[in-house]
Design a binder for this molecule. Sequence first.
Ligand code: UGA
Length: 502
Amino acid sequence: MDKPDGMNKVESHDLTIAVIGVGHVGLPTALGIAELGWNVIGTDQDMEKIRQLEGGQAPFYEPGLQKLLTKHLRSGKFTVTSDVVSAIRAATVLFICVGTPQRANGEADLTQIEGVARLISHHLNGYKVIVEKSTVPAVTSLWVKRTITRFAMANRFSERNSDRQADCSSETCGQKLPIEFDIASNPEFLQEGKALENFFNPDRIVLGVESIRAQKILERIYRPLDRPIIVTGLATAELIKHAANAFLAMKISYINMVADICEAVDADITMVASGIGLDPRIGPDFLSAGIGFGGYCFPKDLRAFRHLAEERGVDGSLLREVERINAERVDRFLEKLRKTLWIIQDKTIGIWGLAFKPNTDDTREAPSIRIIEALLKEGARLQMYDPPAARSMQRIFPEEPDRITYCPTPYQACEGAHALLLLTEWEEFRKADLQRVATSMAWPILLDGRNVFDPEEVTRAGLEYISIGRKRARPRNAATVGYDVPSDLIHDQPETRFELAD
Ligand code: UGA
């Protein structure tokens, strides 16, 4: 017996997959699927992105992405087009990876998803599985299904009318679409900076489906990964994604709140985090205290999840607190700087790290943005360094002589500085020559917003060290590095100097 359309293609490996939207989610997904052996067409409405991809250039930095792009443009497994319609028509499986920005009230703006659904409705030229991969509130898949059905019906009706063949009393008009399609939700759990690593080693693959056919096709696509697959309904799959991001954000705000208590009682947050993280019910990940979470996902998803809850009468106050604690991280960090320098005006501040996290050039909702804004407002001169993110930050804060400088090396960012702020934990900073840093600064003071260093090591290099949820630490013999901060400027410093525990 003939297999239903779609199944035969996937089994004979003669399946084309379109990825609509080739941003931070879509492009790693498209190239990952190509690496699994499938033919993938990537498409996007952003012509600049398409032009770069056609020229063989990854439009943003992500470890391993450029290599995989070059490989699969050559192998022909990945092709790219600005013609979204041709991609839709050529493919049996369509992954929707377009942006879902947020509105002022925190609600997700799903206009782009609706636009893609409408376009698909016009070009249903055979069975298709339409997979929603963008992070969206629960029930979006149902809306995508409804939208495609309604527009496809309306299209057929108007085509018939224009052919003067309309007959609304016939069974086919307004009743059933002659072309079948399935909707699925396959949320991504990719972290920027590790997107390909996450794609090839997912903890789980979540498939929200409504038909066995869609389930089988998607399972077959992901089979080479050999990872656990959870099959659910559509809304449940959507909720798994939202609940996972909100939980991780909650973990970060929780550890940040504990860090503040550590500062108040002279305890050490890194030890507290290790101590609780060894409990398998808690787990060690996402317990790094610091200046808070940023990026395109957590802040936006948290607001959208809270909005979804509150809109439906569910108490979202827990999520509100997570947001509030996160927003205060930057204020607390700036307060530490003010207590250390007293007056910010006319001080030179070195900044290490601008991206919202390491291994990405993404600065969207990065804590560094609010810190830079505040320091400029208070009259500081900034010397900033970030390997790949400087370029995107320059669009927000262009270079200005004697006020905003982007430095080619981390050491140049420290020269003559009255304080150095570490805002992103790039590996390069862990290996930096701290003695060189200390001797090149006007005042050797390091504020570490990510707890990258061992306080002993920093003070040995001659720097005063202020981190998060740990005691301030000063060099044992500050005078030897020509350093003398009046004690009234460090009035919140505990009397005891940093000592390593036995
Ligand atoms: C996050 C999720 O981790 C992914 O699973 C999800 O797929 C993605 O959002 C998404 O929704 O698309 P991402 O935003 O790329 O990934 O980055 P994370 O590694 O989760 O970090 C988010 C923020 O939290 C960063 O600013 C990071 O510095 C901060 N963070 C992370 C902490 O402050 N402390 C930690 O312990 C961990």
